[in-house]
Unconditional design. Structure first.
Length: 424
């Protein structure tokens, strides 16, 4: 037996000699293949554009922006289509060069006290002006594509609604951060770098291209503690407002004002120590929001950034729930759906709902102390509106249960169902 084992261990497979052809390889996901390839392309592009400072800055700016966003993407741990994230950044860039930004500028910097002051010695007035003219203006502007994706997602059907829409805080963080990345890239390459290059050339105090790099590199590396941090934090509240629609306005106002305050604190910092504090504070706020968003996520079990501790309880005997007959059924579009205990209702039976996982949008549950009390659990992304026989109404958020009662009507969004007695 030992000889056989020794022979087996001494044998060589072709995949061991040439790992590239081995089975069960997932280079793209596990080996950072795409970032590595992009880095190679960047290096070649930078060497090829040494005589073209504008293109050199563009390539370097794209790479640094993508790298900063990738850090946040890995922290979030949830997938969104690459074309949606890239499209969000591009949409923000297009909005910046459109008359829409000029309209925001007029409101916040001319009607409201957001004029950008040059005198930085008066800290309080400077902070107030930065709060309106930079914080409130730019943080609201950068989330326009996020609200657009939220609205479009609600109008689509599965699986597009889940891919494009904003259904939880993680979605809001991803899209808002992508928008902020586009904003920072254009602002840096289109305003800050050209301005400092022009000033350096006019003053004759140094190499203008080098002065541009001195602005480009720290601005784009630091965006994870700057624009991405502010917008990502606001994006958390946008997603949270979807999970808790009854308090959506309060949630949005708190997120908006907090993001604007963090932004203004950085812009109005009177010295380097306040700048350090503001940057660390903004990054800490974003990381705390990401951790809380992962905790609240309906898809937490599928999040690659979340590590679960091993459970001490024994595993379930079967993944298929036990189904027990009940006296209730759900009437939708002249169809009757039996509501037996343990039954899982797929998205095909309730049109318009997006499933969190495995295509299930609702499940019949029981009270832990009284199995005769049955309820319906919301396993979808959307909140339900429930109307009882006495006219009282309530909302059932994602992940919550509602006790079943005859005559109760549930508005699922696209359709409305009624709980009826099951005929025997």
């Amino acid at each position: 037996m030992s000889n056989r084992k020794k022979i087996k261990n001494n044998s060589l497979r072709l995949s061991e000699m040439i790992p590239l052809i081995g089975k069960n390889q997932d280079l793209r996901k596990k080996a950072f293949l795409i970032p590595g390839i992009l880095t190679v392309l960047l290096v070649i592009g930078l060497f090829s554009s040494r005589d073209n400072p504008g293109f050199f800055n563009f390539l370097l700016g794209i790479y640094l922006t993508g790298g900063g966003y990738y850090v946040i993407y890995r922290q979030v741990g949830k997938s969104k289509p690459w074309w949606l994230l890239l499209g969000t950044a591009i949409a923000t860039i297009l909005l910046m060069v459109s008359p829409i930004f000029s309209s925001f500028d007029f409101v916040f910097r001319h009607i409201l006290p957001g004029q950008l002051l040059t005198d930085r010695t008066q800290v309080i007035p400077l902070f107030i002006h930065m709060f309106f003219g930079a914080g409130m203006l730019e943080e609201l502007f950068k989330v326009l594509p996020v609200f657009l994706a939220l609205g479009i997602g609600k109008m689509l059907r599965s699986p597009w609604r889940e891919q494009i829409g904003v259904w939880e805080p993680l979605d809001g963080i991803l899209l808002a951060s992508a928008s902020a990345a586009g904003f920072t890239l254009l602002e840096t390459l289109g305003q800050y770098v050209p301005d400092v290059v022009k000033m350096t050339a006019e003053a004759g105090v140094g190499t203008d291209e080098l002065a541009g790099l001195h602005v480009l590199i720290p601005r784009l590396i630091g965006q994870i503690a700057g624009h991405i941090a502010y917008s990502g934090y606001f994006g958390y509240f946008i997603g949270l407002s979807v999970l808790k629609p009854r308090k959506s306005w309060l949630i949005l106002v708190v997120g908006y004002l907090t993001a604007a305050t963090l932004h203004a604190l950085w812009n109005a910092a009177p010295n380097i120590w306040v700048s350090i504090f503001a940057g660390i504070l903004a990054y800490t706020f974003l990381m705390a929001a990401i951790l809380k968003a992962r905790e609240l996520s309906p898809d937490r079990s599928q999040n690659w950034a979340t590590i679960y501790a091993p459970s001490s309880s024994p595993p379930p005997q079967s993944s298929v729930p036990t189904v027990i007959s009940s006296p209730f059924c759900l009437s939708i579009n002249q169809r009757l759906i039996p509501l037996d205990l343990g039954r899982q209702i797929p998205s095909q039976e309730i049109p318009g709902l997006g499933a969190q996982s495995r295509g299930v949008v609702a499940q019949v549950t029981s009270h832990p102390q009284d199995p005769h009390k049955l309820g319906l659990k919301n396993c979808s992304y959307q909140a339900w509106s429930v109307t009882f026989l006495d006219g009282q109404q309530t909302n059932i958020d994602s992940g919550k249960n509602i006790k079943l009662a005859i005559g109760m009507r549930i508005n699922f969004g696209a359709v409305t169902g009624e709980i009826r007695a099951r005929s025997t």
